[in-house]
Design a protein around this ligand. Structure first.
Ligand SMILES: Nc1ncnc2c1ncn2[C@@H]1O[C@H](COP(=O)(O)OP(=O)(O)O)[C@@H](O)[C@H]1O
Ligand SMILES: [Mg+2]
Length: 382
């Protein structure tokens, strides 16, 4: 399953968004255009679905309250709204639709309050709040049905799907020095502190299969690279990754993860997460610390990791090199265009100018980022 349509209103720097989404989707825009804010909508839905982690109220609190979420450009509109369509493919009609609206209610002891919450399955309305019980006891509106097992029996599949959303912003030093740092691991480990432990706890045959697949990709991306193995320290039992290289001047060299380059570590972490996940992976500017040759390989690599499995990959990027691959379709790139009344969000294929250039052999990367945002004519929508 994938989310094939996202609608949001009054969310941070977006007054209104309504965009179709593909299995592989890139969000492109200049600094502070809202790429991270957009990815955060999916994390927000995940946080709501995680009842044991605090659900709706914690998701709001972690973001500084409703007032920090409401779009400053929306001039005091109190209601924030999110709607997602979940389907088997980008073109398929929605199997599930989930939507919520919420606002800050003054007499709710500082709690955020649901304005509505609705669920449809194949077009049939399964949940429509506020319902009679909510009207009798408005305090119920501080919790979503999504986060309550007793209330979500008919649509538990949505919660299961959203709970698996994975946000990744890997920091190589955290992976490399996780033992030495031994700090508190942030919820869901977006920075990769627990990455080696995660590899260690995978079933041995799953681990072998995933590392083999990563090894094949690394062989293409890194010269002299030959083998990737999982090993444990003989004395401490700590898990390690070990890479073997073939060098022209000596026969073989092995390195452990503390000697891997930043780029190689990020790449391994990224590929592992793509192989592990069967829901949505959110990649925050994955081009960081990768050399350009590898960045140009990321888009096909994402497709390769998606083969035989259903996993949607939503990537924020500022890199034209990442979008240079000719296989990227205009609809796979969503442009974030800052305006005075908030950021507008459109698939690049909505622009006739972009479509014409694509037909004439240009790649999305060449069109979108090298001219963006100076040549506004490309971004005038038809
Ligand atoms: N509630 C809000 N209303 C309007 N703008 C907001 C709101 N919250 C944050 N922003 C703006 O969003 C921008 C940051 O967006 P971000 O997603 O971090 O950008 P990017 O990831 O593209 O660099 C900042 O300019 C910030 O002022
Ligand atoms: Mg950002």
């Amino acid at each position: 399953m994938i989310i094939n349509r996202l609608i949001a209103k009054n969310w941070r720097n977006f007054q209104q968004i309504d965009v179709p989404l593909r299995e592989r989707q890139f969000f492109v825009g200049p600094n502070a255009s809202g790429k991270s804010n957009l990815l955060d909508i999916f994390r927000f839905l995940r946080d709501i679905a995680k009842a044991e982690g605090g659900g709706f109220q914690k998701a709001i609190k972690d973001r500084g309250g409703v007032s920090k979420i409401q779009c400053l450009a929306a001039q005091g509109e109190p209601k924030v709204e999110i709607e997602i369509h979940i389907a088997d493919t980008p073109e398929a009609p929605a199997t599930w639709q989930y939507c919520i609206g919420f606002h800050q209610e003054k007499h709710q002891d500082g709690h955020a309050c649901l304005t509505y919450e609705r669920v449809w399955r194949e077009g049939e309305l399964l949940l429509n709040r506020p319902d009679t019980e909510d009207n009798e006891d408005p305090d119920r509106l501080i919790q979503t049905a999504l986060e309550q097992n007793a209330a979500n029996a008919k649509f538990r599949e949505i919660g299961k799907f959203l709970r698996n959303v994975k946000y990744l912003h890997l920091v190589p030093q955290f992976i490399r020095y996780s033992d030495a740092i031994q700090g508190k691991i942030i919820e869901d480990d977006p920075f990769g502190q627990g990455f080696l432990q995660k590899i260690a706890s995978a079933h041995p045959s799953t681990r072998r299969a995933r590392l083999k697949r990563i090894e094949r990709a690394l062989k293409l991306a890194i010269p002299q690279f030959e083998k990737l193995e999982f090993v444990r320290d003989k004395n401490t039992g700590h898990p390690h990754l070990q890479a073997r290289y073939e060098h022209w001047h000596s026969s073989k060299t092995t390195h452990q993860e503390d000697q891997f380059s930043d780029g190689m570590l990020r790449l391994i972490g990224l590929m592992w997460s793509l192989l592990e996940n069967n829901s949505i992976v959110l990649l925050e500017e994955p081009e960081l610390s990768l050399n350009l040759g590898i960045v140009a390989q990321l888009a096909p690599l994402i497709s390769n990791m998606q083969k035989d499995r259903q996993c949607q990959v939503l990537t924020s990027t500022q890199s034209d090199t990442l979008l240079i691959e000719p296989g990227i379709d205009g609809s796979e790139v969503i442009l974030l265009i800052p305006t005075k009344s908030g950021t507008e969000v459109k698939p690049s294929s909505d622009s006739d100018a972009v479509c014409t250039l694509l037909k004439n052999g240009a790649t999305v990367g060449e069109i979108v980022l090298t001219r963006y945002p100076k040549e506004a004519s490309l971004l005038e929508w038809n």
